[in-house]
Write a protein that binds this ligand. Structure first.
Ligand code: NAD
Length: 489
């Protein structure tokens, strides 16, 4: 079996590892120590030109391969990932700072996604259309766009690589992927495995570099036919503006401020650990993190106490200690989260637990960006902590009375990614699921665990996409409608 090597300071263009044209590099650091893990290439405009040209050259032949062949290559890629789980998990965990078992879980999820689209590749169909008389035939075909630019953030790089690259390739597109400058190692390692699986040169290219140069040059490149962006709402807006110049379709998966809505009749032994996990997993750096807890007033004090006790028990450590929670990904993210922690009490919130840097690690290890798991109660619905995405282990709690107020508070956000409802009353659960304005809703569990091909959808400022599931294949294709008159000759 070939080794999984990521050559230092190189990126993958046209099937070859190569340094940036101007030899630029950027360091990737371990956020638990601040030490450099390795350098990656710092792509500039010339590298973007090379990658897009390679993807354009590869497109006609790739689009012409049979969907079953594309599926077979994707399946081979998934198999190779299965043989390199530990190396990939270490890249994901170390780069982002998450516990190793979290990295491992992400790699298995990525493998499952690629395997799903391996199976979906030859099941993408159009429809035949009814006609006014038998003299006509009408049908649709799904066609790939061409070159897809995929720009992803740092929080779950392997999952986001798989979720965006696999459906695009399955549908017959070629891809230029730009991972985050903060966590590019797992995407590079995945791309190396795709190369080993036998994808033709130019079908999957990976550029590493900063958003302002490589990301902006890629998403405004006239050779790109479709853009998938996962990241912050602010960057999503900038990318959409750039895409308008070239009239290119954009798929956006942005931020969130997801509520856990907890009724007094819920099974608390199931709900409370899940609610704590929803804001401490990956140190709260998940787009769907359960960052608002809306709890029925009659049980609020008891719930807040139990949640706070569970937050205090969360064990912090670097990726290889494999405890419960790692540091934040970078100093910038650390300073940002501390800003929210300092501001919240001034805005009237009551600190229940946490509230600052985690002494043991932040003080004990220079450069470690650890923050305490934190709970604020009575957070004013107008406060920044209640309304804005923190992207850290910080929970904002508010009480509600009755189903109607729960619905109003659940929807009182600019975001629309996920809402989780905790109740044993079926009709109330269905009422909330019906009225919520978010792309996803779950009942008596956090998020979509257990459902295969769950569409990862968004509404409002969280973006718009048909990610995850079979819908993603349609996201990466355009529909052509064909009308034929059947002549009697
Ligand atoms: P970010 O928006 O700063 O960066 C995301 C990516 O965009 C990076 O690769 C970056 O280099 C690139 N980029 C930055 N500026 C750019 C520009 N002007 N043009 C083109 N590319 C540019 O986000 P982040 O800080 O890396 O990640 C955190 C955000 O990602 C959070 O808001 C989180 O909610 C979101 N996220 C969303 C989902 C989802 O599915 N909805 C999933 C994970 C993360």
């Amino acid at each position: 079996m070939a080794e999984l090597l990521i050559p230092p300071a190189q990126q993958l263009i046209d099937g070859e590892w190569a340094a940036a044209r101007d030899k630029g590099e950027l360091p990737v650091t371990d956020p638990a120590t601040g030490q450099t893990i390795q350098a990656v290439a710092r792509a500039g405009r010339a590298d973007v030109d090379d990658a897009v040209s390679a993807a354009r050259r590869a497109f006609p032949a790739w689009a012409a391969t049979s969907p079953s062949e594309r599926g077979a290559l994707l399946r081979r890629w998934a198999e190779l990932i299965g043989r390199h789980v530990e190396e990939l998990a270490a890249h994901e965990a170390r780069d982002v700072g998450k516990p190793l078992s979290g990295g491992r879980m992400n790699v298995y999820i990525a493998q499952g996604i690629i395997d799903y689209f391996a199976g979906a590749a030859d099941k993408l169909t159009g429809v035949t259309l009814p006609t006014r008389t038998p003299d006509y035939l009408g049908y649709t075909v799904q066609e790939p766009y061409g070159v897809c630019a995929v720009v992803i953030p740092w929080n779950v790089p392997s999952v986001l690589t798989a979720a965006n690259v696999a459906p695009a390739l399955a549908a017959g597109n070629t891809v230029v992927l730009k991972p985050s400058e903060v966590a590019p190692l797992a995407p590079l390692a995945l791309a190396e495995l795709a190369r080993q699986a036998g994808f033709p040169p130019g079908v999957l290219n990976v550029l590493t570099g900063y958003g302002a140069d490589a990301g902006a040059a890629l998403t405004s490149h006239p050779g790109v036919n479709h853009i998938s962006f996962v990241g912050s709402t602010a960057t999503g807006r900038a990318i959409m503006r750039a895409a308008a110049e070239n009239l290119v379709p954009v798929k956006l998966e942005l931020g969130g401020k997801s509520p856990n809505v907890l009724f007094a009749d819920a099974d608390m032994d199931v709900a409370i650990p899940a609610i704590v996990g929803s804001i401490t997993e990956n140190a709260g750096q998940n787009c769907y993190a359960g960052s608002r807890l809306l709890v029925e007033a009659s049980v609020k004090d008891e719930v807040v106490e139990r949640v706070a006790a569970a937050m205090r028990a969360v064990r912090l450590g670097p990726w290889d200690a494999d405890l419960d929670m790692g540091p934040l990904v970078s100093e910038a993210q650390y300073r940002r989260v501390l800003g929210f922690l300092e501001e919240a009490p001034r805005a009237g919130a009551r600190l229940v637990t946490g509230g600052g840097p985690a002494g043991e690690w932040a003080g004990g290890r220079p450069g470690g960006w650890f923050v305490e798991p934190t709970v604020f109660d009575d957070v004013d619905p107008g406060a920044r902590l209640y309304r804005e995405e923190v992207f850290g282990p910080v929970l904002a709690v508010q009480a509600f009375s009755g189903t109607r107020q729960a619905i109003e508070m659940m929807n009182d956000t600019d975001f629309g990614l996920l809402a989780c409802v905790w109740t044993n009353d079926v009709s109330r659960a269905l009422r909330l699921a019906q009225e919520v304005r978010s792309g996803q809703v779950s009942v008596n569990q956090f998020a979509d665990a257990g459902v295969i091909g769950f569409p990862f959808n968004m509404q409002k400022d969280s973006g718009f996409s048909r990610g995850g599931g079979h819908g993603a294949m349609r996201e990466y294709t355009q529909e052509k409608a064909v009308a034929i008159r059947l002549l009697d000759r």
